[in-house]
Design a protein around this ligand. Structure first.
Ligand code: XUL
Length: 520
C-alpha cells in the first residue's frame, strides 16, 4: 500500500498520474502539452517535426525539459512527491533515441542546480528521434524480412511482421543514411527506456512490452534476437542493453530529483513500457480472455492472451504484457467514429436520432449489410475508401445506421479470431461507449457481457499500477488492478439469446461479403 506515480510520455504531451493504493484512488493528475510549452523553442507541431517523405521525428531533449516541468508543476500544486514509493512509466511505442558515449556519465552526475536540458544537450548522437508516425522505411522493412529468411520467419521470431514505424526498420535507415552518426552511437533506447534513464540517472534497458514493437525481440523468450539484430544493422547488440524485466526495479531515483523536487531517496524506478502495453494493465486486462474495445476516432481492440499468437494476415500486432506473464493483441480499425459520423451526417441525424434508429431496427437488419470503408481501412486491408451496401437501401436512414454498427461489431468478431481468445467479457471505452444501443449490438455479436469503463489516461494509470505491483510483487495482479478498474456502476449490458442467434447466422454472410470486396 502506498503512493505510486505513473508517467506517460506520449506524442503530444507528458503526463503524470499519482495513485494512492490505500484509498484506491487517483490523487493527482497533470499534463504538459508540448506545443503549448515548446512550440517556439523547438518548433514542434502536435509534438512532432513532419519532415516530408513520411519522415516524422520529435525532440528527445524537449522530452527531458518537459519531464522537469511536469515534476515542478506537480510539486507546485502541493503534491508531496516525497511520499512516492515507486515510479513506472509508459512511452509512445517504437520511437528510438540515440545517445553517444558521454550519456552514461552525464546521467550519473546530474547536478540539482541545473536543469536536465542544460546538462543533457550534449548526450545525443542524433538530435531528433524518429517516432511511430514515421512511414518512411518501407525499403528497410523489406530488407529486414529478407534478412531473416522472409516475412513469416520474422513473424515467427519476433511476433510481428516488419512495420515502417517499428524501431528496427528505423534503426536500419539511420545506419544507412548517417553511418558516421550510427557508429558514434553508444546506446539506442526507446522513448520509454530513455525517460526511465532520465529518472534513474543511468542507462536503462527496454522492457519486453516495448521490445515487442521493435521487430528485434524474441517474443517468447523476451530477449533480443541475434538474427533479427544482424538483419537490422551491424554491431547493434553493443548499442542495446539487455531487455529489462518490466516488474523489476532498476534502482532508486537519481539524487537529482531528491534534491530538486523532494523525492525520497528510497523511491524506486521501474522500467518504462509502451503506452499500449501499459493501457492493457490500466484497463485491468490481466487475465487471458479479457478484451477491451476503445471506440474512438479509430476503434482499437485490446486482448490479454496466454500465448504470443501471431496474425499472418497482419490483422494485428502482438506485444508482451508488462504483467510479465501474458501477451497483448492489438487490432486497430481506422473506420471508427469517422465512419459512424459519416453515416450520421449523411442522413442528417444527431446522436439521439442515431440511437432512435438503432432502437427501431431489428438485430440482423433484415439482411441489410454494409462494408463501411468511408476511409481506407487497416483491418481488413482496404487501400481505397469505398462503401458497399448489400440488400440495403441507401435511402433508408435507419437501416443504414444499424448496418454501420453491425458491420463494425461483426468485423470486430471476425478479426479477433487470430487472437485465439475465448472472449468472456468486453470492457468498452471511448466516446461512443456512452451509447448503450451500440454496446447492445456488440454484446449480441460477441455473446458476452459488455461493461463500460471510464478512463482518462489508461496508459498513465497502467504505469502507476505497474509501479504499485513492482513495489508489492507478492500481490496478485488482480488485487493490484481491481480497485482502479471497476466498470461504471450499472453499465453492464448482457447478451440477448434471440439476437445472438441472428448474428450467429449473419457473421458468415458478412465475412463472405468482406472477402469478395477486399484483398483478404
Ligand atoms: C502502436 C502505435 C501507437 C503508439 C502511440 O503500435 O504505434 O499506438 O504507441 O503512442
Amino acid at each position: 500500500m502506498g503512493k505510486y506515480l505513473g508517467i506517460d510520455a506520449s506524442t503530444q504531451s507528458i503526463s503524470g498520474l499519482l495513485i494512492d493504493t490505500e484509498a484506491g484512488a487517483v490523487i493527482a493528475e497533470e499534463s504538459i502539452n508540448f506545443d503549448a510549452h515548446f512550440h517556439d523553442s523547438y518548433g514542434v507541431e502536435n509534438g512532432v517535426f513532419t519532415m516530408g517523405g513520411g519522415t516524422v521525428h520529435s525532440a528527445p531533449l524537449m522530452w527531458a525539459e518537459a519531464l522537469d516541468l511536469l515534476l515542478q508543476t506537480l510539486s507546485a500544486q502541493g503534491c508531496d512527491l516525497g511520499q512516492i514509493q515507486a515510479i513506472a512509466g509508459s512511452g509512445q511505442q517504437h520511437g528510438t533515441v540515440y545517445l553517444n558515449d558521454t550519456a552514461a556519465s552525464a546521467l550519473g552526475n546530474l547536478s540539482a542546480d541545473k536543469s536536465l536540458k542544460d546538462q543533457l544537450a550534449g548526450i545525443f548522437s542524433r538530435e531528433t528521434a524518429p517516432i511511430w508516425m514515421d512511414t518512411s522505411t518501407a525499403a528497410q522493412c523489406a530488407e529486414i524480412e529478407a534478412g531473416v529468411g522472409g516475412r513469416d520467419a520474422l513473424l515467427e521470431l519476433t511476433g510481428n511482421t516488419a512495420f515502417e514505424r517499428f524501431s528496427g526498420p528505423q534503426i536500419r535507415k539511420f545506419h544507412q543514411t548517417e553511418p558516421t552518426n550510427y557508429t558514434n552511437t553508444s546506446y539506442i533506447g526507446l522513448v520509454s527506456s530513455y525517460v526511465a534513464s532520465l529518472l534513474a540517472g543511468k542507462l536503462v534497458g527496454v522492457d519486453p512490452g516495448d521490445g515487442s514493437g521493435t521487430n528485434m525481440m524474441d517474443i517468447a523468450a523476451r530477449t533480443w534476437n541475434q538474427q533479427a539484430l544482424d538483419a537490422t544493422a551491424p554491431g547493434l547488440e553493443d548499442k542495446l542493453l539487455p531487455i529489462a524485466p518490466s516488474g523489476q526495479s532498476v534502482g532508486a531515483i537519481s539524487p537529482y530529483y531528491v534534491a530538486r523536487y523532494g523525492f525520497s531517496t528510497e523511491c524506486l524506478v521501474l522500467p518504462f513500457s509502451g503506452d499500449n502495453p501499459c493501457s492493457l494493465i490500466g484497463l485491468g486486462l490481466v487475465t487471458p480472455g479479457q478484451v477491451a474495445l476503445s471506440l474512438g476516432t479509430s476503434d482499437t481492440l485490446f486482448a490479454c492472451m496466454d500465448q504470443p499468437r501471431t496474425s499472418k494476415e497482419g490483422e494485428g500486432a502482438v506485444f508482451a504484457s508488462p504483467d510479465g506473464q501474458h501477451y497483448m493483441a492489438l487490432t486497430c480499425y481506422l473506420n471508427g467514429s469517422l465512419a459512424r459520423e459519416a453515416v450520421r451526417d449523411e442522413y442528417g441525424l444527431d446522436w439521439d436520432g442515431f440511437t432512435a434508429a438503432l432502437q427501431a431496427t431489428p438485430p440482423g437488419n433484415d439482411g441489410g449489410l454494409m462494408l463501411p470503408y468511408f476511409a481506407p481501412e487497416i483491418v481488413p486491408n482496404v487501400p481505397e475508401a469505398h462503401v458497399v451496401r448489400h440488400h440495403l437501401d441507401a435511402a433508408d436512414a435507419q437501416a443504414n445506421v444499424r448496418a454501420i454498427i453491425e458491420a463494425q461489431a461483426l468485423s470486430s468478431a471476425i478479426h479477433a479470431r487470430w487472437m485465439g481468445v475465448d472472449i468472456t467479457s468486453i470492457y468498452v471505452t471511448g466516446g461512443a461507449s456512452a451509447n448503450a444501443e451500440i454496446l447492445r449490438v456488440y454484446a449480441n455479436v460477441h455473446n458476452c457481457p459488455i461493461h463500460r469503463f471510464e478512463t482518462t489516461n489508461s496508459a498513465a494509470l497502467g504505469a502507476a499500477l505497474r509501479a504499485a505491483h513492482g513495489h508489492n510483487p507478492a500481490d496478485s495482479w488482480q488485487e493490484t488492478v481491481g480497485p482502479f478498474t471497476q466498470p461504471v456502476p450499472a453499465s453492464t449490458i448482457e447478451p440477448d439469446g434471440e439476437a445472438v442467434a441472428a448474428y450467429r447466422n449473419l457473421v458468415g454472410t458478412y465475412e463472405t461479403l468482406e472477402q469478395t470486396h477486399t484483398n483478404n
